[in-house]
Design a protein around this ligand. Structure first.
Ligand code: GDP
Length: 300
């Protein structure tokens, strides 16, 4: 929690600081409620979610007759936690089954942090005693396969690569095949995310998925979202949720944004659980997403 709080220190500046000034007033008048709304919207919580939150908070304050700042803050923390935690399953499906590895597809826009997240997830699994194979199906970005291999060497995972500019689906197929051969627990497949050509991207990802499924079902599809792109990133995300069955979101670069509220918007708009958060570029800068701890860090 301390680490999360330190990393999210910039997120606090928007929501935490904004709320602090409101909540230090004597009483909550209409202006104060508007400021609370503004703080939440500035923190990227999203307009709809903010309005719903503030309505519920007003009702609570009315029913409880809450007066003190710390009471209102506590009520807000509870509302935010409830908004973030509608009973979603945040466990990663990485356990082998039916005599074959679990297969995880990693999708998202270029630059969102797919390759880095593959490396970090591999590291977490390996530290937990599992075996992992990495598939470099981002054959479009020149350095992607190299970058993934470097992560593989660093964390102790074999990487299956194809020729640069080659067929991503064939690399993905080979990676799962190799994973089955050598009997790893989990195969993580890094994919390309060229958004400028939506139809091409859909075809490519659809094909990767179909080809991988020749070996058996995909167990987890993680959508990597850059938290610093805010509401725009969220719109882009829809392209991916249209093409593949996304089972979890990894929100990266939370260390670089003042707007941690995007987590609420993501879950609210996409209806998909945020499973992990990226808090830096290093191998250990990945954490499971825990709503209560996150809200505490957000409110400062
Ligand atoms: P990809 O194109 O989606 O595979 O993106 P990369 O994995 O290459 O990441 C793009 C850049 O974002 C790299 O410089 C990463 O080091 C950086 N990055 C990834 N995740 C995080 C994160 O959680 N925090 C920060 N600060 N940087 C990150």
């Amino acid at each position: 929690l301390v680490r999360l709080r330190a990393r999210l220190s910039r997120s606090q500046s928007v929501l935490g600081r904004g709320l602090l000034s409101v909540l230090s007033r004597d009483h909550l008048d209409d202006d104060a409620w508007e400021e609370i709304e503004d703080s939440l919207i500035s923190a990227d919580v999203g307009v709809e979610a903010t309005q719903a939150l503030v309505e519920r908070l007003k009702e609570r304050v009315r029913v409880l007759g809450t007066r003190t700042v710390s009471e209102v803050r506590a009520q807000l923390a509870e509302e935010l936690t409830a908004a973030l935690d509608p009973g979603m399953d945040r466990s990663l499906r990485t356990t082998p089954h039916d005599g074959r590895p679990a297969v995880v597809l990693v999708v998202g826009v270029n630059g969102a942090g797919k390759t880095t997240t593959c490396g970090k997830v591999a590291r977490v699994l390996i530290a937990d005693g599992r075996t992992v194979l990495l598939g470099a199906a981002d054959t479009f970005r020149a350095a992607a396969a190299e970058q993934l291999s470097t992560w593989g060497e660093r964390v102790g995972a074999e990487t299956v690569r194809g020729p640069e500019g080659g067929d991503p689906a064939s690399v993905a197929f080979d990676a799962v095949k190799r994973g089955i051969e050598i009997g790893v627990d989990t195969v993580l497949i890094d994919t390309a995310g060229r958004l400028q050509n939506k139809v091409g991207l859909m075809d490519e990802l659809g094909k990767v998925k179909r080809v991988v499924e020749k070996h058996g079902p995909v167990d987890e599809t993680l959508l990597i979202l850059d938290a610093t792109t805010g509401q725009n990133g969220l719109e882009q995300a829809r392209v991916f949720t249209d093409v593949v069955d996304v089972t979890g979101v990894v929100l990266t670069k939370l260390d670089g944004t003042a707007k941690g509220g995007i987590v609420i918007a993501v879950q609210n708009k996409l209806g998909i659980p945020v499973k992990l958060v990226g808090l830096g570029e290093g191998p250990d800068d990945l954490a499971p997403f825990e709503p209560a701890a996150f809200v505490e860090a957000l409110l400062g």
